[in-house]
Design a protein around this ligand. Structure first.
Ligand SMILES: Nc1ncnc2c1ncn2[C@@H]1O[C@H](COP(=O)(O)OP(=O)(O)OP(=O)(O)O)[C@@H](O)[C@H]1O
Length: 865
């Protein structure tokens, strides 16, 4: 398709550019027709970048041209816009729009695609154009724009003083959930967990519709919303109770919200209703099918705050933010994208409910014990494509024929899957035993209609098999006979003219033509009309050929059109079954996660942790799941853990401390041990088996970590202030059911301040909170606490000291380290000898005069008398 010539003035990049760049300031009456239309569309989408199809390009003008050229590093040029003169312009080839748009959307822009909807060659006057797609970071459907391994969430928040409602949806998979809470800090945490691509915020801002890109601020954005996301400022109206309620009732065709579980949650309703309205608004261009709204409660899950998620490197490493080296990386043995996404969701939302954990464990256990079942299942799962997203694209009318074939192939695997698990006993496998017959029928129908390997384009034919539709077959026969006619023509004309290398060819400009070498052109018969002369050939047409051509092209267009219509009908049928397909997809995803975890448990020798209601954490020979996989087999030194003193009348009321003071030289393995305990607990609460010989774990309500010292330059806070903020957060929120992992506290200030704070924090946790805690420190003075408080114990990571080196044993043993080896580490690192000697001298002096520990003990004993 090309635009009519009058529309595409040649661009002249070298012209000194003072082009017009603002659609608001331009005298519209002086714009040529196409630009007038452009500006009209732009008016409707003032906050999005408008990409406008002109010939083989998507072009953008005025202020958008400046933005697009800056963001995509494209040349900014200009074009004649009519009497007004030149307007700023930049463009991208039409076939590459997805690639360029992805970059813009990733940078936080909304993009509107205005495409030509009629063939430019047939257009009378201005080519007809319409908005065919609106893309915002949270409403993507295109396969190339989404990451298969993670959900792409659109969220909406409603805040009323200290209370909040949060809804979120993944348009590509249909997931739609809502919740509400009464602590704004929880809202922040929940948004951080979800990492939404776009968050809708109702405001009374004057610039409604604005999409704030990550880091951009607005006085209309509530403070509790973390700045690292895209926020879309929306009108308040759809978020009001009345509007939101009726949007939900209408959408889900229910009389009351009771069935959706949110009738008593007004803020959750408002957020969900507002989100739905936004999606429906988009839907005018691209329909989206969302699943039925589900309501959840954040306190039903283990709370892992952002700090802990980062410190425990759950989805990415701290050092360089990569997936490789994260917990998710080490656990992921899934076979499908749906399973990969589900595992990520589970890891970010571990369970509290022992029954729920048990159901997952039972499934893993069955799959571990039944190796053939596990292997066959993994084999079969690998043949299942992304049913969730394929269904989403079908429902929204963006799936192509290849997508439907992939979907049909995957649906065909489901009955095989259910036969495979027919004898299974565990809950997640049983869920696969019944596959609705309608899906097998649908798969059969799709396979029967669609050719095995259809083209990507759906309007150019070649999609539907012969024998499915008599009218289609008739049209195919006509086209085939026409093609045969053309083929015969070449043979006939060669015979007639005696020119052996005469050919019949086709191109877009001239249609069918007869080509003769120039040397033989004098032999061209009289009825040949010369159309084009090339270096070596002459091209002709004949009236007969042209007549036939018109017929052929019409017949082909008719055929393609009918194929397209049949395809769209099939696609709609898939869309109608979206709910059922997605239901089974969720079951497949869960089985895939568990099958992967079973495989992992077998490969790595994990054990099934016994989950209990009490506070005890008992791990025998635990290992760090990631470090272990990064080291050669057998190199990781396992270590055990005992934490969580039970009430004295409890049968398990043995000598388990609540708080462990962990000391040991630099690089001996303190941090590794600390994280290992957190990761084992977290893995256990997603239902996974754990890297240990034996484990008995009381369920935790929250895991807190305070690790390392990183300057938070973004918020301008010093290392020490970050540390204190994080510590304050822990002390204010931890409970006796929490697990607290502290790696160094008080190091960012003067030694005595630091030590005093560390001491007081440890004491407060052990005495007031009684959270299960491991406190790694270089302040050996803290070892004194264990002689004062009964629920504190000392552990150390041991090393072997040789005359000129230290051997790291990585073994955690009872007792406090009596030496810090810091000076030794400095010597090994190459500090000059004189500095080392002097340091030893100074240390000797300090130790001689230090009465910190003794003084504290005396005071505390006095206090307790
Ligand atoms: N149990 C173990 N088995 C084998 N190697 C281990 C073990 N624990 C730790 N390591 C190795 O030792 C390295 C140092 O461990 P880690 O960072 O935990 O030390 P650290 O005591 O916290 O040091 P620092 O006090 O300097 O922070 C790790 O990168 C890891 O490769």
């Amino acid at each position: 398709m090309t635009a009519s010539h009058s529309e595409t003035q040649p661009t002249e990049p070298n012209i000194p550019a003072t082009p017009l760049v603002d659609t608001q300031l331009v005298d519209r009456s002086k714009l040529s027709k196409m630009y007038q239309h452009y500006v009209e569309v732009k008016d409707k989408y003032p906050h999005a970048l408008l990409l406008y199809r002109v010939g083989d390009f998507f072009e953008t003008f005025f202020q958008d041209a400046v933005t697009v050229s800056r963001e995509l590093e494209l040349v900014l040029t200009s074009k004649h816009g009519g009497e007004v003169g030149r307007v700023a312009m930049t463009g991208v080839p039409h076939h590459a729009w997805e690639r360029y748009t992805t970059q813009l959307v990733e940078k936080g822009y909304a993009v509107v695609i205005c495409d030509q909807v009629e063939d430019a060659s047939e257009a009378v006057g201005l080519v007809k154009r319409e908005v065919t797609r609106i893309l915002t970071p949270g409403t993507l459907l295109e396969e190339g724009m989404l990451k298969s391994s993670r959900n792409n969430y659109l969220a909406a928040v409603v805040i009323a003083v200290n209370h909040w409602g949060l809804a979120y949806a993944d348009i590509s998979t249909g997931e739609f959930l809502t919740t509400q809470g009464s602590n704004l800090e929880h809202l922040t945490q929940e948004i951080m967990r979800l990492q939404p691509s776009e968050v809708l915020v109702p405001t009374n801002a004057p610039d409604l519709g604005t999409l704030l890109r990550p880091g951009e601020t607005s006085p209309h954005l509530p403070q509790c919303l973390p700045p690292s996301f895209c926020y879309s400022l929306r009108s308040q109206l759809p978020f009001t109770q009345g509007e939101a309620r009726s949007t939900l009732l209408q959408k889900f065709k229910v009389r009351s919200l009771e069935g959706l579980g949110c009738d008593h949650l007004p803020l959750a309703v408002r957020a969900a209703g507002g989100l739905l309205e936004y999606v429906e608004d988009m839907q005018k261009v691209n329909p989206v099918s969302l699943q039925k709204l589900r309501t959840y409660t954040i306190t039903d899950y283990l709370i892992v705050d952002n700090q802990t998620r980062r410190n425990l490197e759950i989805t990415q490493t701290v050092r360089d933010g990569t997936f490789h080296g994260s917990l998710l990386w080490s656990l992921d043995r899934t076979s499908t994208s749906m399973g990969g996404r589900a595992l990520r969701r589970w890891l970010l939302q571990p369970l509290l409910d022992i029954k729920g954990i048990g159901a997952r464990q039972d499934t893993i256990q069955e799959l571990m014990e039944n190796t053939p079942l596990r292997q066959d299942l993994r084999q079969l799962l690998r043949q299942i494509y992304d049913l969730e997203r394929l269904t989403g694209r079908s429902g929204s009318g963006t799936a192509n024929a290849k997508d439907l074939v992939a979907l049909a192939d995957s649906l065909t695997r489901l009955p095989e899957l259910s036969r495979l698990v027919a004898e299974a006993r565990s809950p997640f496998l049983k869920a696969l035993q019944k596959v609705p017959t309608v899906l097998a029928e649908l798969a059969e129908k799709l396979h029967a209609h669609l050719v095995e390997s259809p083209p990507i384009h759906i309007k150019e034919g070649g999609l539907i098999r012969t024998g499915m539709n008599p009218q289609l077959d008739e049209r195919k026969a006509t086209v085939e006979s026409d093609q045969q006619w053309i083929a015969n023509l070449e043979v006939d004309e060669r015979a007639k003219t005696g020119i052996p290398n005469l050919k019949v060819g086709f191109n877009k400009t001239f249609g069918y033509y007869i080509s003769i070498p120039r040397s033989k052109s004098d032999q061209a018969p009289d009825n040949y009309i010369r159309k084009q002369t090339l270096t070596n050939e002459e091209r002709y047409i004949t009236p007969e050929l042209k007549e036939r051509e018109a017929r052929i092209l019409t017949a082909r267009d008719d055929l393609n059109q009918l194929e397209y219509e049949i395809f769209v009908e099939l696609r709609q049928e898939v869309g109608e079954q979206a709910e059922i397909i997605r239901h089974i997809s969720r079951a497949v995803a869960a089985a895939d996660v568990l099958c992967g975890l079973a495989e992992l448990a077998v490969q790595q020798g994990y054990c099934r942790p016994q989950m209990v209601e009490g506070r005890g954490i008992m791990i025998v020979d635990g290992r760090h799941p990631v470090v272990e996989q990064s080291l050669p087999a057998g190199f990781f030194v396992p270590n055990s853990t005992q934490l969580g003193r039970e009430e004295t009348n409890h049968p398990d009321a043995e000598e388990k401390p609540d708080l462990v003071i962990l000391t040991g030289p630099n690089a001996s393995g303190k941090s590794c041990y600390l994280r290992q305990v957190g990761l084992i607990q977290l893995m256990a609460q997603i239902g996974s088996f754990v890297p240990a010989r034996l484990a008995k774990l009381g369920v935790c309500d929250r895991i807190f970590t305070r690790v390392g010292a990183v300057d938070d330059l973004a918020t301008g806070q010093s290392t020490f202030m970050v540390e204190m903020n994080e510590t304050a957060n822990i002390l204010n929120h931890a409970t006796a059911k929490s697990l607290v992992l502290l790696d160094e506290i008080g190091r960012g200030t003067a030694t005595f301040d630091g030590l005093s704070i560390a001491w007081a924090v440890a004491e407060y946790i052990a005495v007031e909170i009684r959270a299960r805690t491991i406190f790694a420190t270089h302040y050996h003075e803290l070892n004194e606490l264990s002689s004062i408080l009964p629920n504190v114990a000392n552990y150390q990571v041991t090393v072997k000291e040789l005359p000129d080196q230290i051997i790291f044993l990585h073994q955690v043993q009872p007792g406090g380290a009596d030496k810090s080896y810091g000076i030794e580490a400095g010597r090994l690192a190459g500090l000059p000898d004189t500095v080392i000697q002097r340091a030893k001298q100074v240390m000797g002096q300090i130790e001689k005069h230090s009465k910190i520990a003794m003084g504290l003990r005396e005071n505390l004993q006095k206090d307790s008398q």
